[in-house]
Design a protein around this ligand. Structure first.
Ligand code: KG4
Ligand code: ZN
Length: 355
């Protein structure tokens, strides 16, 4: 019979030791965080195999997680230099993501927490991406404005207090990362699109020489739209191919990247000004983009704003960000029951707990 789990929760702990487990896509990751200090951060990826198929194959991802999860968790605990008894709670990504992949992490975390006699924390993957910023600055406190730019979401958020966000604007169609992935495919580049587009750009002069459509700049509030930009790139490539004219992939990639990123920077800075905050953060895979990081740094520098960016490797999927959100939830006393299930999709409003 199911027995509700009652955690031994020490409210006085400001720097709990959290083991984070992430398996929502093609990365099997485990990390140990103490407060905002990362003690270990391990990752095993099936991306190399996945890239042969042009995207993530769910069944391959699930099998790879099953093979890797125990060893990755063991390594994370060992490399953290702690004993199992030192762990205060086990935080795991329960959604959104590939259901079979998520279930591997969730099942492992439940068993692990149960055996250790420690509480379980259910982490929303996107909240993990947002909490990555805390690992970059021990003193980071709301209020701040955050740019969320991932493979599934693109939004400008206002963080009023720790763990509480307001959505100021979001994409009306594709997410920024999705646009990078689709454009990469059109250019014959492998998955994941973002880093491969960056590599392709380095083969040219990096200038945006091909005209791209306007990206709801100065309009649409803090909303974004990427479908027009994606279509413009597809049309350009197809037209050139039909005419039998050669074109530079590096020029297309650079022109796309500028259009895709400039609007993100512009709207994030506008939101920071409107909200009167002096700190800006970013999270999600696209926040690993060098051009975005440079543009944000320049724009924040010009306006005297503090920019807090997670390290590049902590922008894409990892478990340190899951453990970091685990710390936030631990402090709030939000623990999961042992009947926790994986969730394939979670709307952004539910993720952030807003209407
Ligand atoms: O944030 P993430 O893990 O996705 C979700 O959780 O939804 O990041 C994956 C996305 C992919 O679309 C990938 O192409 C993009 O982030 N990405 C990048 C870069 N690295 C990853 N986009 C632009 N530049 C990069 N360097
Ligand atoms: Zn992610």
């Amino acid at each position: 019979m199911y027995r509700a789990y009652t955690p031994e929760w020490d409210k006085t702990k400001t720097a709990p030791v959290i083991l984070g487990i992430e398996s929502s896509c093609d990365e099997t990751a485990a990390a140990v965080v103490r407060g905002r200090e990362i003690l270990s951060d391990e990752i095993a990826s099936s991306a190399d195999v996945q890239s042969l198929f042009g995207g993530v194959v769910p069944e391959i991802a699930s099998r790879a997680h099953t093979e890797a999860v125990a060893a990755v968790v063991k390594k994370a605990v060992e490399n953290a230099g702690i004993g199992y008894a030192d762990i205060d709670a086990v935080a795991v990504t329960y959604g959104a993501g590939l259901l079979g992949a998520l279930l591997v992490g969730v099942s492992f975390a439940k068993a692990f927490a149960y055996v250790l006699g420690k509480p379980l924390i259910a982490v929303d993957h996107i909240r993990g991406h947002l909490a990555a910023a805390y690992t970059a600055a021990p003193d980071l406190e709301p209020p701040f404005v955050t740019l969320l730019a991932s493979g599934g979401h693109t939004a400008v958020l206002y963080a009023e207090t720790e763990g509480k966000f307001e959505i100021l604007g979001a994409t009306l169609d594709d997410a920024a990362g999705e646009a990078f992935d689709k454009v990469a495919r059109v250019l014959g580049l492998r998955y994941p699109g973002g880093p491969n587009i960056e590599r392709c750009i380095r083969e040219g002069n990096g200038r945006p020489v091909i005209p791209m459509p306007k990206m709801l700049k100065g309009g649409g509030g803090y909303n974004f739209s990427y479908s027009g930009l994606k279509t413009a790139v597809i049309n350009y490539c197809h037209t050139m191919e039909q005419k039998g004219e050669p074109y530079s992939k590096a020029d297309v990639a650079a022109s796309f990247q500028c259009a895709a990123i400039d609007v993100l920077v512009e709207k994030t800075l506008e939101a920071a000004a409107e909200k009167g905050v002096n700190t800006v953060t970013a999270g999600g895979g696209v926040a690993a983009n060098s051009y975005l990081r440079d543009r944000l740094a320049k724009a924040c520098g010009e306006r005297g704003l503090r920019l807090v960016l997670p390290e590049k490797r902590l922008c894409t999927d990892n478990a340190a960000m899951i453990a970091s959100e685990g710390v936030v939830q631990y402090r709030l006393g939000n623990f999961a029951k042992m009947d926790l299930n994986a969730k394939a999709s979670i709307p952004l409003t539910a993720t952030l707990g807003v209407k």
